[in-house]
Design a protein around this ligand. Structure first.
Ligand code: SF4
Length: 458
């Protein structure tokens, strides 16, 4: 996952992008960057870490220009290295190109190999770099045709915000895996992964960038084209379950309300006698509210999250992940002790994080621990931008629900059904990708897909 943001036609483009990235921080905590263009030259400031740590008054003042693109990163392909920080910027004789990408191409390795055969030398291990090479090699004069040509060979997931000199470009793959929305502020256009970024800068929401659409924004005017053949929509359902912020509307529908509906459906499918319903904060909180409302058991916050540590799942190194689990959540003994708990969690990926939490709750004195998960078991890898790429890492791919229950030391464990999850959505079921749950991929599976292959190619 990553967050992308872009603005053009505003004197405070860099500052707005900084604020936009701040709102999108949950989509990637490894690195962040902003590129601006003032009509003559590009300027870039990037670094590893959180947005608030990377940018200061001085760096924002130096990022001159009325067009800016920004990115927060969490690595899926390409490891967590400084050279992989986005936006990816190239200044060459045919112009200035900056690209911020959310998603994963499924044919990156084939594209890289064919570009390398033609003489391209790659600077990073990121899949997004192939677009830059296509644009730089193109002999096409018309910039819109050049972009279409560069994007047409891409397969898989992309929500892109690009800068081509003074043109801001937003593009979404024909399946529409990842969200991208369009907003307006004082006549200037804004592109963002989620609407929470528009809210923060008080921009008006205009609409979604549609699947397969490319928008070109220049001098406060916007042109839209849909040059690719139509594909079946495959919005990532996991955006609603875990990734997106609850105050965002993604794919046109609100995340908070959807999570509550998931929880209510879960209570309907897998009720349990308990003294209280308790979320694993924060992402389990909204489904837990729905679960409690539906089951009519009291809702309590039994664990307090330390907000000064990041979300565990999106940390790339196991060492850091384990450390953060321990410091992140603290149980409230007086709430938990002697109680029969229904704990609502949004998902289980590897199982190690949830197991550590259950152990802590048990040690605090809970009488019974029933866990309810607001999505089905995750059994298959994602090739579209979520960091669970191999079956080996997914506990539900190798173990039954009963085995997982025992591994975690639970009194009961139930997942939401696939049908129940789809029924809880505010959009028709046919609009979604559910491949990590159902194993039914909306695209051909990549023939070659591995972080390691890309790393070895360096
Ligand atoms: S496989 Fe799962 S995580 Fe990946 S895009 Fe599809 S629904 Fe989202």
């Amino acid at each position: 996952m990553c967050g992308v943001f872009g603005v053009t036609g505003h004197k405070d483009a860099a500052r707005l992008t900084y604020l936009g990235l701040y709102a999108l921080q949950h989509r990637g905590e490894e690195s962040a960057g902003i590129v601006t263009y003032d009509g003559k030259r590009t300027r870039s400031h990037q670094g590893m870490g959180l947005v608030g740590d990377i940018f200061g008054e001085g760096s924002l003042r130096s990022l001159r220009g009325s067009i800016a693109v920004g990115h927060v990163r969490y690595s899926t392909t390409g490891s967590s290295l400084e050279r992989n920080v986005q936006p990816f910027l190239v200044n060459h004789k045919r112009g200035h190109i900056a690209i911020a990408h959310n998603g994963n191409f499924t044919n990156t390795i084939e594209l890289r190999e064919s570009l390398e055969e033609k003489g391209s030398i790659f600077q990073t291990t990121m899949d997004s770099e192939v677009i830059v090479h296509f644009l730089a090699q193109s002999k096409i004069k018309d910039y819109q045709q050049k972009v279409i040509e560069a994007l047409k060979s891409l397969e898989g997931a992309y929500s892109l915000v690009m800068m081509l000199d003074n043109v801001l470009i937003g593009a979404r793959d024909p399946h529409g895996f990842r969200p991208l929305c369009l907003g307006k502020l004082e006549g200037a256009y804004v592109l963002a992964s989620e609407t929470c970024a528009l809210d923060l800068i008080q921009a008006e929401y205009v609409r979604e960038v549609e699947p397969g659409e490319i928008v070109f924004i220049q001098n406060k005017t916007i042109e839209s084209i849909k040059p690719f053949p139509k594909r079946k929509h495959s919005f990532c359902i996991f955006e609603y379950i875990y990734f997106s912020r609850p105050d965002s509307n993604i794919f046109g529908k609100n995340v908070y309300l959807t999570r509550k509906r998931l929880g209510a459906q879960l209570a309907k499918e897998s009720p349990v006698e308990c003294d209280l319903v308790m979320p694993i904060p924060d992402s389990g909180s909204y489904a837990a509210i729905g679960f409690a409302e539906k089951s009519k058991f009291p809702f309590e916050i039994g664990m307090i999250r330390n907000h000064y540590v990041g979300r565990t799942f999106i940390q790339p190194s196991q060492l850091i992940r384990d450390f953060k689990v321990r410091v992140k959540l603290n149980p409230i003994k007086d709430v938990i002790k002697g109680k029969r708990l229904a704990i609502v969690e949004d998902s289980i990926v590897r199982g190690t994080t949830s197991r550590a939490r259950v152990r802590t709750i048990r040690q605090t004195g809970a009488k019974k621990i029933h866990m309810r998960i607001s999505c089905p078991p995750i059994k298959s890898p994602c090739f579209y931008g979520i960091d669970f790429p191999t079956k080996k890492e997914l506990i539900a791919a190798k173990h039954t629900v009963k085995e997982i229950k025992e591994f975690m030391g639970l009194d009961s464990l139930k997942y939401l059904s696939l049908e129940g999850m789809l029924k809880s959505m505010l959009l028709p079921a046919c609009e979604f990708c559910t491949a990590c749950f159902s194993g039914k991929y909306p695209t051909e599976k990549p023939k070659k897909f591995s972080k390691k292959i890309l790393e070895k190619k360096r």
